[in-house]
Design a protein around this ligand. Structure first.
Ligand code: ARG
Length: 635
C-alpha cells in the first residue's frame, strides 16, 4: 500500500478512487495537497451543504505557514442569505473532529485550516522518498484523455533559443534558452510529448554576404577550428567593408560621377546575387551554406550540453522552402489578406480588422518589391508546416518581448487565413531585457564567453576554501556547474517580463537568493548524509512519529507543497515561483539544522531526522533539475 492509501485507510469515509473521480485533476497518490483538498472538500460539503466541486477549487494555499495550510474565502462559495463573516464563524463552529485537520480558525470571511502534525509527517515523507525523482511530476496531466491512456499524450513544440548564425548570441537568446529549457522540462514533467525546437536565424541576404565574405577572405582551418567566431569575424569584416564602400559611392555620386558600374559590382549587389543563388537552389552555394550551418550547430550543441539542454530539431529560416511560401502567398492573396503597396505585398491589418486592434497590428510587408520573402513570411509558412508535420496540440514560442508585435501579427495572419484552431494552439511566452551584459573581458558576444567568465569567477571563490577545494573531485567541472547555476538563477529570479541588470558579483555570491546558495544547500544535505552513513533501509524503517519539533513539522508542511507549486507554475509559466518556493524551503531547512541535530542524538531519532533531510534533498534536487540546474554533491 502506498502511504496515501494507508493514510486514507485511517480516515473514515475516504476513498482515493472516489476522490480522483469526484474532483478534476485530483491525484491524491502523487500530490499531497490534492488529498488534503479532496478530503477537506468532502468534510466541508457535509458542513456547508455546498456542492463538492464548488468547494474544491476554492481551497487555496497560503503565502506563509502561520496562515494555515489551506484557506477558504467564504464568499467564494456563493451561499446566499448570510454575511460571509457569519458563515465563517458558523462553519468553523460546526467543523467536526477530523483525522487530518485541526479545528479550523476563522478570521472575518476567511477560514484557515492547519494539518495535524502526526498523519502529515508519517504520510508525506514516505511518499516523497518512494516517489523519488517522480515527486512533483505527474504524467497523467499530459494525457489526451485521462480515462483512456491508449489515446496518447498531448504533443507540444517548444521553440526556444533560436540564435542567428554569424551574429552574437545576445541576452535575448540567453533568456530564451534558459526560460525555454525550463518550460520544456515542465511540460515533460506533466507528461506531455515535448519537441524541443531551435529555429535558427540562418537565411536572408545577410547570409549571402557572409558566404561572399568566406569566398573573399575565409580560412578553411579557422572555420573548422572555431566556426562561430570565424564566421562572426568574417561577418563583421564584410559589413565594415560594405559600409566603407557605400560611403565612397555616395561621395562619388555627390561629386557628379556616374556610379552605375560601381553599384552593379558593389558588395551589396554581389551579396544579393549570391543569396539569389542560394534561394534558387544552386548546388555549390547551398552546399557551402549547409557547411557553415552544420559546423555552427555542432558548436552550439556543445554549449547547450553544458546547460543540460538538447534540441530534437534544428529548424531554421533556411529550412522554409520557397515553394511553401509561394503557396501561402497565393492563399493570402486569394483570401484578400495581402494587398499591394508600392510593388510590395503587405498585410494592412487596419483594412482587415476594424478599430484599434487592426491599427495596432500595423502593416507588415510579406514580400518585398524584388520578390524576396521576409522574417514574417518565413514564420507564417513554418508555423503551418510544423502543424502539418507534428500535429501539435500546443506550440510555444519563447521570444523576447521586443517581438511581441511580430508574433501577434503572425498569429493573426494564421487566424485570418482561416486556421483559427491552429492559431489558438500557439502561445508567445515573452520576457524582458538583460541590461549591461558584459564580462570582465569586454562585451559579451557568445554564450561560451559568458559561461567561461562566470565559471572562472566561481573557481576563484572555491579556491579560497583550500580544505573543501581539495575534496572536490573535478573542481573545473564544479566551477562550471556553479557558474551556470549563477547565471540561470539570476535570470529566473524575477517575473519573466521584468528587465534585470546582469550583475556578476551578485549572482556568484553565496549570500542572498542565488544559484550558489541553492547549490550550497544541496551539497550540505549530501554532506550530512555522507557523514551519517545510514542506509536507505534504515531510513525507510525510521519511526517518523519521533519528528515532533516545530522545525520538523514546518519543513514537512513545505515539502508537501512541492507538487502543487509545480502545477501552479505549469499555469503561470513563471520559473520564479519555483525558485521562491525552493528558497523558502531551504531557509527553513538550514534554520532547522541546529534544532534537529544528527550528531549526538539517539539512533532512532537520527534515523527519523535523516529521513526528513533525505526528503528535503529529493525535493530540492527535483526542483533544481526542473529549472535546468545540475545539483552538485560537493563544492
Ligand atoms: N532568430 C530570431 C532572433 O534572433 C528569433 C527567432 C524567434 N522565433 C521565431 N519563430 N520567429 O531575433
Amino acid at each position: 500500500a502506498t502511504m496515501a492509501e494507508q493514510l486514507a485507510s485511517q480516515i473514515e469515509g475516504l476513498s482515493l478512487d472516489e476522490m480522483s473521480q469526484r474532483y478534476p485533476n485530483c491525484y491524491p497518490t502523487l500530490n499531497p495537497f490534492d488529498l488534503y483538498r479532496g478530503h477537506l472538500a468532502d468534510v466541508l460539503h457535509d458542513v456547508t451543504g455546498v456542492e463538492h466541486k464548488i468547494i474544491y477549487p476554492n481551497l487555496q494555499w497560503t503565502s506563509t505557514l502561520d496562515k494555515g495550510d489551506l484557506i477558504l474565502a467564504t464568499p467564494a462559495l456563493r451561499v446566499k442569505g448570510k454575511k460571509p463573516d457569519e458563515l465563517a464563524a458558523e462553519w468553523t463552529e460546526k467543523f467536526p473532529e477530523d483525522a487530518l485537520f485541526q479545528k479550523p480558525t476563522s478570521n472575518k470571511a476567511f477560514m484557515s485550516f492547519f494539518l495535524k502534525a502526526q498523519p502529515t509527517t508519517t504520510s508525506v515523507l514516505p511518499m516523497i522518498r518512494s516517489l523519488g525523482h517522480e515527486y512533483g511530476r505527474n504524467k497523467f496531466l499530459g494525457l489526451r484523455d485521462p480515462s483512456d491512456p491508449s489515446k496518447g499524450r498531448k504533443r507540444i513544440i517548444v521553440e526556444f533559443s533560436s540564435p542567428n548564425i554569424a551574429k552574437p548570441f545576445h541576452a535575448g537568446h540567453l533568456r530564451s534558452t534558459i526560460i525555454g529549457g525550463f518550460i520544456a522540462n515542465m511540460y515533460e514533467a506533466m507528461g506531455w510529448d515535448v519537441i524541443r525546437m531551435n529555429y535558427l536565424g540562418d537565411w536572408g541576404k545577410q547570409y549571402g554576404l557572409l558566404a561572399l565574405a568566406f569566398e573573399k577572405f575565409g580560412d578553411e582551418e579557422a572555420l573548422k577550428k572555431d566556426p562561430i567566431n570565424h564566421l562572426f569575424e568574417l561577418y563583421v569584416r564584410i559589413n565594415r567593408e560594405m559600409s566603407e564602400e557605400k560611403e565612397e559611392i555616395e561621395k562619388e555620386k555627390a561629386a557628379g560621377k556616374d556610379v552605375t558600374e560601381r553599384l552593379a559590382n558593389s558588395l551589396d549587389e554581389q551579396a544579393r546575387r549570391y543569396f539569389r543563388k542560394m534561394t534558387d537552389g544552386d548546388e555549390a552555394a547551398v552546399a557551402q551554406w549547409k557547411r557553415f550551418r552544420d559546423l555552427s550547430i555542432t558548436r552550439y550543441k556543445e554549449t547547450y550540453a553544458r546547460l543540460n539542454i538538447h534540441f530534437d530539431e534544428y529548424s531554421g529560416e533556411s529550412q522554409v522552402s520557397e515553394d511553401s511560401m509561394e503557396k501561402v502567398a497565393n492563399e493570402m492573396a486569394e483570401k484578400k489578406i495581402t494587398s499591394e503597396s508600392d510593388g510590395a505585398m503587405i498585410v494592412n491589418f487596419a483594412d482587415l480588422i476594424p478599430g484599434k486592434e487592426g491599427k495596432k497590428l500595423e502593416k507588415p510587408i510579406v514580400r518585398k518589391r524584388d520578390g524576396t520573402a521576409l522574417y514574417l513570411t518565413r514564420d507564417i509558412s513554418e508555423l503551418l508546416n510544423r502543424h502539418e508535420k507534428y500535429h501539435f496540440d500546443k506550440m510555444i514560442y519563447v521570444v523576447a518581448s521586443q517581438q511581441d508585435l511580430h508574433l501577434k501579427q503572425l498569429f493573426k495572419i494564421i487566424e485570418l487565413l482561416g486556421y483559427k484552431d491552429i492559431a489558438a494552439k500557439c502561445e508567445h511566452i515573452n520576457f524582458g531585457m538583460v541590461l549591461g551584459m558584459s564580462t570582465r573581458k569586454g562585451t559579451v558576444k557568445f554564450l561560451n564567453d559568458i559561461l567561461r567568465d562566470v565559471a572562472d569567477k566561481m573557481h576563484e571563490v572555491m579556491r579560497k576554501n583550500e580544505d573543501k577545494y581539495s575534496q572536490v573531485a573535478d573542481p573545473e567541472a564544479t566551477a562550471d556547474t556553479l557558474g551556470i547555476s549563477s547565471v540561470m538563477v539570476q535570470d529566473m529570479s524575477g517575473k519573466r517580463i521584468n528587465n534585470y541588470e546582469f550583475n556578476m558579483d551578485a549572482m556568484t555570491s553565496f549570500e542572498g537568493d542565488t544559484g550558489p546558495y541553492l547549490q550550497y544547500a544541496h551539497a550540505r544535505i549530501c554532506s550530512i548524509e555522507r557523514r551519517a552513513g545510514l542506509s536507505q533501509e534504515e531510513l525507510a524503517s525510521a519511526d517518523l512519529s519521533l519528528l515532533t519539533e516545530p522545525h520538523a513539522i514546518n519543513l514537512i508542511r513545505l515539502l508537501a507543497q512541492y507538487p502543487d507549486v509545480v502545477q501552479t507554475v505549469h499555469k503561470s509559466n513563471e520559473p520564479t515561483n519555483i525558485l521562491t518556493y525552493l528558497f523558502k524551503m531551504t531557509h527553513v531547512l538550514s534554520g532547522s539544522y541546529d534544532h534537529l541535530r544528527i550528531v549526538g542524538s539517539e539512533k532512532e531519532v537520527q534515523k527519523a531526522r535523516m529521513a526528513l533531510y533525505d526528503a528535503a534533498r529529493i525535493v530540492l534536487s527535483n526542483g533544481m533539475k526542473l529549472l535546468g540546474l545540475t545539483p552538485v554533491e560537493r563544492m
